[in-house]
Design a protein around this ligand. Sequence first.
Ligand code: HEM
Length: 452
Amino acid sequence: MRTASRTDGRPWRVAAAPGGLPLIGHALQMGRRPLEFVASLPAHGDLVELKMGPKPAYLPCHPDLVQQVLVNARVYDTGGPVKEKARPILGNGLITSDWSDHRRQRRLVQPAFHTSRIATYATVMEEECAAEAQNWGAGKAIDVGNTMLALTARVTARALFSTDIATGAIAEIQRSLPVIVHGAYRRAIDPTGLFQKLPIEANRSFDRALTRLHRLIDRIVEDYRRTGGDKGDLLSALLSAEDPETGGKLGDQEIHDQVMTLLMAGIETTASALTWAWHLLGRNPRVEEKLHAEVDEVLGGRAPGYADIPKLDYTRRVFTETLRLYPPAWLYTRTTAEPTELAGRRLPTGSDILISPYVLHHNPELFPDPEEFDPDRWLPERSKDTARGHYMPFGGGSRKCIGDVFGMTESTLALAALASRWRLRPVPGRTVRPQAHMSLSAGPLPMVPRPR
Ligand code: HEM
């Protein structure tokens, strides 16, 4: 897979990002305008070196280099300071496990996301999206970010735990998760490791929220073990999973860690993307009109179901294009587990690599008019020349998002259910600034629902 030059025959361009300062490197640019900064890097090189402190990190800007990193999960392993800080929160689940254990874990968790099970989880999605569409009041502004977060929390919690337990669990997850996600981000960006030791209220509420969520998961796993049987939900699938190679099963702590991982990975990401979709629709009336025409034609006023998804082509294109413009997982890391070479640059063991779908998705050489919200760029005849590695909101290789179909199904149903009843109008005079934190969010986004 290692190539001495680009496929167009030109040598790889390796460069240092401009504007680095002694000691802090590029921390200011990354802190102040992270998206503009990373999107500017392809102009400098195919592989760009930047510093977030004294240690260099490498950001591959060329899609072939990104693929080299993602498909070679043994050499470019999970790890580094960010993952170390995530471990006390996520334990040792799919996101934090290193290469040697990840393959076993993935074999065990994959069946929970089999198409036949997604169809069952879709029933929960249908119900929750229809209930949400009933809830909105005409002319009363809602915070779209919070509303979408509450919706995806309910969907994920009920897909995980289908019993009565879900009712109490939903409230706890909605209460704890934002605190944990915010605290996890603060910890991830603090190079000193001192923030988490400060005796401040933010840290105390983080600890309390984490303890509550851990306890809740323990109680639920215990209850499921006692009652037994396949309840058709994600947790039942994890409990019954058997490794086809060894016959081994997941232990209680492993199940706990996978549940925590699914909650942390599946709720905020999908909510952020849905929020961006409403923002983009509110500013692009022609796209909104086409979406309305499709949902009216396919649904004729009824609530959407799983069987409608293949017919909701435009709705899916709207979400696909939203994920291109605002990929929730806009930046994540790998660390080299052995000495290697990327774009001709020798990388010692422990080198940090930054992967950014945002950089690829906003590169005009890969996507013409990259800032344009154009769902029809995903029409089969127009997208046939888009190489697979150019568009990667769900990552790639053996660590590709396990919830991609879950998230796409949930979002298509949510957009269709809500757009068939409502249009969301932006609040005049409000500027929306992307917040590039743990996920790429729109921040608070008030919009006004108007019945259609
Ligand atoms: C639009 C929604 C979503 C986006 C954009 C997204 C994005 C991603 C990306 C980019 C990765 C790869 C990270 C890496 O390589 O380090 C990932 C991994 C993962 N995602 Fe998602 N995700 C979404 C929804 C979901 C949902 C709904 C779930 C679960 C219900 C989920 C669970 C996971 C898990 C467990 C992993 C780790 C997989 C592994 O390492 O084997 N995600 N996601």
